[in-house]
Design a protein around this ligand. Structure first.
Ligand SMILES: Cc1cc2nc3c(=O)[nH]c(=O)nc-3n(C[C@H](O)[C@H](O)[C@H](O)COP(=O)(O)OP(=O)(O)OC[C@H]3O[C@@H](n4cnc5c(N)ncnc54)[C@H](O)[C@@H]3O)c2cc1C
Ligand code: FES
Ligand code: FES
Length: 1328
């Protein structure tokens, strides 16, 4: 209630139907922090804290008195200040359903349709879908697909999520057509094998009944709560939140606190506060100020209140467009179109137009349009009244600075409608199509003269405004001037492109880099604009239509095909059946517990990591006094406090728990501070002052080669004499190629909780793929035997190799901190810390020489590989061994020489990543084979097939290949994709479209399974306990990170014991139940742990056999009871060691090989480099699949992750080793919209593999490389563009094929205008 002064400090809102009233909140808290820490609603996850991943999505509902209806919005709880939810109803994932009561239809569909793997993204995705249904109970498929613009998932490849939610859309009839167009049914393939395309049973879905949704709290509709809300003043220690009730009060406040921030969406302010450690003492919410929320239109213009959200702005324009004459709406259509590419729904639902204008970002998507539209801005202030100014570039006085008085408030922006002869378009190019900030954007307007009989018209007025070309939004002044009076014809282009280059200079070292690309985009945008307008007022050559017409590929579709189990297989036996991930429902309801969800422990401390800000330096001094002076900060712990050995490492102890005298990379951990909250720990860590004496850093591979900075000796493999093979070859060619790194971007960042016990005991809960390494590293750092440390892993929110070793280095710091302080210590890294500290997939450089004959047969390959290992060894040596050792990939090379060097640089140690070096090695091979085809003028498929391994061939490392299913996969994928038609369609398309090109590629893969020469690692243990009630507790040495390992282990246990999976529970992985585990890595965990589980289960089964024989009609429980009564042990350990074959050269052979093939068709926009995968067909040999749903999920997830690697994901590193790309805002992984529009997967039938459990095959890594088919399809499309420009022949394309690389490879009349960068200038970013 308001007090007598009319103000109140009481926040009142509802969470999941329960009223929350608090007068003690800190305005600095976000809704996410409040939900997780105060209400312990931990279903809502923290994935990034910057609005970029959607893991924190919740629904927020408000009652609108004007419309008399409730409005629901999906929002990012990580950015919304807790004070902003006053008067709202918040619904979290826990509020819509639970495994204990009833799942919501959305939760049910995502879990039953296999849309949840690690589960960390799942609650956020559930809430985006739930919000859509609350607003629109039967959405179209297109509406459903667009609902996830603000959500990311790193595991699933998105297809199963979309598939599951299709069942809630209008268009849904069943799970989709099977092969041959039949509807979801079992059928026979050509060879008479029973196949199925049904991964879930639609008939088991609970129908969605919107009338059962919880009602909006009636209390929030009453006048007292939502209309006459009081002047809110919430005071915290450092920040006060004001919510005035009138414009007058707002202006008075701004007058009194000129530096106050006006907060609407907090999407700018929140990010600044978090990442720049800023404190704004006064925050003012204008949510109750009508004047700032009004949208009004007149005959000539639209006026939008500054606090109108982008969603409201978009809706208002869409409604207005329906009523306006066509010409007037042209400007509005450009805004509506631009909003489609502006952030995700969660951001647009809260972010305001005023916030975008006032932030004055040089890459704002709205400001170039507003400037080009000749908009006006209206400001109000306490003393100055109202003033309206034209919105020109003069408004921007510098980087994020505007010409506005401190006390002025933006009231509204007015956008004039376009006139009858006026045309308006907006353009944006980003790294990722959806939910990404612009590289360059533009708003372009032209008014042409009146004309009769459609004759050419001249330019009367014109505005060309650009973002991304300077520190502020700029206009192309000379070009605007030059165009006046000119006839609007295609010929204008050549003159305009010249003046545009002068208008929009860009220094070779300009922030943002991509200099030539950005300059080319400005011209490309103008070219698109010119033709778009020409298309309205005259005629455009048919082939030029492709410059501006968009291909709308429509909604996604997919088919998954797998072999049915034999008809006589018991119903309880789930092996070979698509059993859903056993914890999917817990993940979908938010009940699944990750490290950061574990309850607080008495007296616990949060860890803040103090990391080096220099790439290479001597530490002169460390001063933690300011940090320790902060209330709530108790300790600073560094090298001198380590009780055991500070030197730790993976294979050799070349790393440190805490830096000792020197730092070797930005992100090197110098020490930790302990504090009572996570936020405080981070702030305190930032307050620790470190003085350095800087040393010259080595950042890139090229610099390392020059300085001869390598880790270990080079490794060489090969056979035969290359030089003599070259001399007898028809052709010998040389080349070079670079491949970038890749950030793991597991949705759950690295996290640990260390709990000290009696004497030297330590329990470590940690998100690790390698519990035994974490245990060993902890014991080493503590100086205690391993038997004092227990490491426990329940689940991880993704790993992908990034938690194989790096997790252990960080958890070692946590245990040291726990031992020294005596407190339980915990951390979950913020996304930016995680990306800065933990290393990536290795960037590579290759220099090669290849020999081949006219017919495309390869004769010899001599290749030198260099990887960027970072500062320590970690697994770089083994990664290089795999890159070099698998360089043959799918082909028989008569002669081969490969040498690999690991470069030592001053970057965080690069580490394991799904594919583990094989991906890079295989990429080089496929690039070389593609080029060989180009040099021979032969189709790439012909060259591939000609050189492909067959059964009986011997690899260069002397392993004879048996049961090679490569050619079967290859031929089947070509057949399924209808390759000839795809290629002829693409050729036809390319003939008629000059500025869009299609490309097609088919790529095979062969992936060797095994830990290489580390034969001892081919072992695993399991432990099974049967309790007297018949319930079974299963443990094994592998960890669950979403890949479905535990589900498969339960299936194996269930088959052996012949009991339903529901009787078996798997709680966690723990080093005190199954010791000496091999890491969950190398795709081997199912083979190894599955063997151990089978062994343990067989022991139990054998012990129960006599009781079963004695009582054949009894139940499992009867036999267990009887055995117990008879004193038969009901627990058993299991063990499995893979039989290893020794080759004639004394080396350990790989256990077996996985094969597959993929075909991709893509379309590129040659003017911008934008690309879209139209179709992908995959055939993968997984042996006899243990679980087709999980295996197909791994294939799709790996494929999309690989697509990110080969096309989009790019680490941006400064020349002094600073990683700019530290979060989803700057590092783009594929989103929902990036997956192939048609995404088909078939598992090879009748392909049992004798060498793994139940004839299955490994699956985690092998499919990833298939995504390179997208890269080569892009290269094919670029070739078509180059040939139009008169360029033929082989060309170099480095990986990833980013928009920049694609565009710049499509050399044309635009790129030729762009002057080259100054080679002597220091670039803003470099490729490490
Ligand atoms: C994940 C993410 C994605 C994004 N994607 C895009 C994108 O694609 N394109 C793009 O252009 N931007 C993008 N942004 C930037 C941001 O969302 C927009 O700039 C947004 O419009 C800011 O609005 P807001 O209400 O959240 O601003 P707030 O953070 O609430 O405020 C921003 C600033 O504006 C000032 N301000 C707000 N209203 C007024 C007023 N009436 N008078 C005076 N000053 C005022 C505030 O004092 C503050 O300084 C993105 C941001 C995030 C976090
Ligand atoms: S945690 Fe909020 S968007 Fe990522
Ligand atoms: S299931 Fe989506 S991130 Fe793991």
């Amino acid at each position: 209630m308001a007090d007598q002064s009319g103000t109140s400090n009481l926040l009142r809102f509802f969470v999941n139907g329960k009223k929350v009233e608090r007068d003690d909140v800190d305005p600095e808290l976000t809704l996410l922090q409040f939900l997780r820490t105060k209400l312990r609603l931990c279903g809502t996850k923290l994935g990034c804290g910057e609005g970029g991943c959607g893991a924190c999505t919740v629904m927020i509902s408000q009652y609108s008195h004007e419309e008399q209806k409730v409005r629901h919005h999906a929002i990012n709880a990580c950015l919304v200040p807790i004070c902003a939810v006053d008067g709202c109803a918040v619904v979290t994932v826990e509020g819509i359903g639970s495994t204990k009561t009833r799942l919501h239809a959305v939760q049910e569909r995502i879990s039953k349709c296999h849309g949840s793997q690690c589960g960390f993204c799942t609650p956020g995705i559930v809430m985006s879908m739930y919000t859509l249904l609350r607003n629109n109970p039967q959405p179209s498929q297109a509406e459903m697909e667009s609902a996830f613009e603000g959500n990311l998932c790193r595991c699933t490849g998105y297809r199963p999520i979309l598939e599951g939610f299709k069942s809630l859309t209008k268009e849904f009839c069943c799970s989709g057509p099977g092969p041959g167009g039949q509807c979801c049914m079992t059928m026979k393939d050509k060879d008479g094998v029973e196949v199925s395309s049904t991964l879930y049973d639609v008939s088991k879905f609970t129908p969605y009944d919107p009338s059962q949704e919880p009602i909006f709290p009636p209390e929030l509709m009453t006048a007292d709560w939502s209309k006459e809300r009081p002047f809110l003043v919430v005071k915290g220690e450092r920040v006060t939140w004001y919510r005035p009730t009138s414009l007058k009060e707002l202006l008075a406040l701004k007058h009194g606190f000129p530096r106050a921030k006006i907060v609407v969406g907090n999407t700018e302010v929140g990010v600044e506060v978090k990442f720049r450690n800023l404190v704004y003492p006064v925050l003012i919410s204008p949510s109750e100020i009508n004047e700032l929320h009004t949208i009004q239109s007149s005959e000539t213009e639209l006026t939008v209140g500054a606090a109108v959200t982008l969603t409201e702005f978009g809706h208002a324009m869409e409604e207005l467009i329906k009523t306006l004459p066509e010409h007037k709406s042209r400007v509005l259509l450009a805004f509506v179109d631009m909003l489609r590419w502006f952030a995700g729904h969660q951001i647009r639902n809260v972010a305001a137009i005023g916030g975008n204008i006032m932030t004055a970002s040089p890459i704002s998507d709205l400001n170039p349009l507003l400037v080009a539209a000749k908009s006006q801005l209206t400001f109000v202030s306490f003393n100055g009244g109202t003033r309206t100014i034209p919105f020109t570039t003069d408004f921007f006085t510098g980087y994020r600075k505007v010409a506005v008085g401190e006390a002025e408030v933006l009231q509204s922006v007015t956008i004039p409608f376009t006139g009858p002869n006026e045309y308006f378009y907006g353009f944006k190019q980003a790294k990722r199509r959806e939910d990404d900030i612009a590289i360059v954007n533009a708003g372009m307007r032209v008014r042409l003269s009146e004309t009769e009989n459609n004759t050419t018209r001249t330019v009367e007025d014109c505005s060309l405004a650009f973002g991304g070309m300077a520190a502020v939004i700029v206009t192309a002044k000379q070009t605007e001037q030059m165009l006046i009076g000119k006839e609007w014809t295609k010929d204008l282009f050549s003159e305009a492109s010249k003046t545009l280059i002068d208008d929009l200079p860009l220094d070779s070292s300009a922030p943002g880099g991509k200099i030539e690309y950005r300059r080319s985009l400005t011209i490309s945008f103008f070219f698109k604009f010119l033709l778009s307008v020409l298309n309205c007022v005259g005629t455009v050559e048919p082939e030029d239509l492709s410059a501006f017409q968009r291909t709308e590929p429509g909604s996604s579709k997919s088919v998954q095909v797998f072999q049915e189990v034999p008809s006589d297989q018991s119903a309880d036996d789930t092996i070979g059946r698509p059993l859903a991930h056993v914890r999917a429902e817990h993940q979908a309801t938010g009940e699944a517990v990750y490290i950061d969800d574990m309850p607080s422990l008495e007296d616990q401390r949060y860890i803040g990591f103090v990391c080096s800000s220099k790439a290479h330096a001597i530490i002169k001094s460390v001063d933690a006094s300011s940090a320790l002076a902060m209330e709530g900060v108790s300790h600073f712990i560094s090298v001198k406090d380590v009780p055991g050995s500070n030197e730790i490492g993976v294979l050799v102890p070349d790393e440190t728990v805490f830096a000792d005298g020197k730092v070797y990379c930005i992100g090197h951990v110098i020490g930790v501070v302990l504090a009572t909250t996570q936020k405080l720990a981070r702030e305190a860590a930032a307050a620790v002052r470190v003085e350095y004496e800087e040393l010259e850093p080595i950042i890139t591979i090229e610099q390392a080669i020059k300085a001869e900075s390598f880790i270990g000796d080079p490794m060489s493999f090969g056979k035969g004499d290359c030089e003599s093979a070259f001399s007898s070859s028809d052709f010998v060619k040389e080349g070079e190629m670079r491949i970038g790194g890749q950030e793991h971007f597991y949705l759950e960042t690295q996290a640990s909780l260390a709990v000290p016990g009696e004497e030297d005991e330590m329990t470590l809960y940690t998100s690790t793929q390698n519990p035994s390494l974490s245990q060993t590293a902890a014991a080493t750092a503590l100086g205690v035997p391993s038997n004092r440390v227990v490491c426990k892993v329940k689940r991880m929110g993704g790993g992908f190799g990034g938690k194989e070793t790096r997790a252990s280095m960080l958890s070692a710091a946590a245990v040291v901190a726990a031992r020294v302080s005596g407190h339980p210590t915990r951390f979950m890294l913020d996304r930016d810390e995680d990306m800065a500290i933990t290393g990536q997939k290795h960037p590579f450089l290759a220099k090669f020489k290849v020999g081949f004959n006219k017919d495309g047969k390869v004769t010899a390959l001599d290749i030198k590989l260099y990887s960027n290992g970072g500062w320590s060894l970690d697994l770089s040596g083994t990664v290089m061994t795999k890159a070099a050792g698998r360089i043959d990939h799918c082909y028989y090379w008569p002669t081969l020489a490969v040498t690999g060097w690991v470069c030592r640089t001053h970057l965080p140690s690069n580490t394991a990543f799904r594919g583990f070096g094989a991906t890079q090695g295989n990429m080089y091979t496929e690039s070389i084979i593609t080029d060989v085809a180009g040099w021979c003028s032969l189709p790439a498929e012909e060259v591939r097939e000609k050189n492909m391994y067959r059964t009986g061939d011997q690899t260069f490392y002397l392993q004879k290949l048996e049961n090679v299913t490569l050619l079967r996969c290859w031929k089947e994928v070509i057949d399924r994709a209808n390759l000839d038609k795809l290629k002829s369609d693409a050729a036809q398309f390319n003939k008629t479209n000059r500025w869009k090109k299609r490309g097609v590629a088919v790529i095979p893969t062969k992936f060797a399974i095994g830990f290489g020469q580390a034969g001892f690692m081919h072992q695993a243990g399991a432990f099974i306990v049967v309790y007297v009630d018949g319930s079974v507790l299963l443990t094994h040495g592998g960890t669950e990170m979403g890949q479905g390992l535990h589900t498969k282990m339960i299936q194996i246990c269930s088959r052996v014991l012949a009991i339903p999976t529901s009787k078996i529970f798997l709680s966690e992985t723990s080093t005190d139940t199954v010791p000496n585990t091999s890491p969950t890595a190398a795709s081997l965990s199912t083979d190894l742990n599955g063997g151990a589980v089978k062994n343990a289960a067989e022991k139990i089964r054998d012990r129960l056999e006599p009781f079963k024989t004695k009582n054949p009609d009894g139940s499992w429980e009867d036999w267990v009871q009887a055995a117990y009564q008879d004193k038969v042990p009901l627990s058993a350990t299991g063990f499995y060691g893979s039989p290893l074959e020794i080759l004639e050269n004394g080396k350990i052979a790989f256990l077996y090989f996985c094969y597959g093939a993929a075909c991709a068709q893509v379309e590129i926009d040659t003017l911008t480099g934008d690309s879209q995968v139209l179709k992908t067909e995959i055939v993968m040999d997984v042996g006899n699949s243990l679980n087709p749903a999980i295996d197909i999920g791994q294939i799709e997830g790996a494929f999309v992750q690989g697509m990110g690697y080969f096309t989009m994901e790019e680490s941006v590193v400064s020349p002094n080793g600073f990683l700019f790309s530290r979060g989803p805002g700057t590092y783009k992984i594929p989103g929902f919209a990036d997956i192939p529009k048609e995404f088909n997967v078939a598992l090879l039938r009748s392909a049992p593999n004798e060498r793994a459990v139940y004839s299955s095959k490994a699956i985690g890594e092998p499919p990833l490389f298939l995504a390179s088919s997208v890269f080569y399809a892009i290269k094919d499309a670029i070739s078509a563009a180059r040939s139009d420009a008169g360029l033929t022949g082989v060309f170099r394309l480095d990986s990833p094929a980013t928009v920049e690389r694609i565009r710049m490879a499509c050399v044309d009349h635009v790129t030729k205008q762009v002057p080259p960068v100054d080679p002597t200038a220091t670039p803003w970013a470099i490729m490490p």
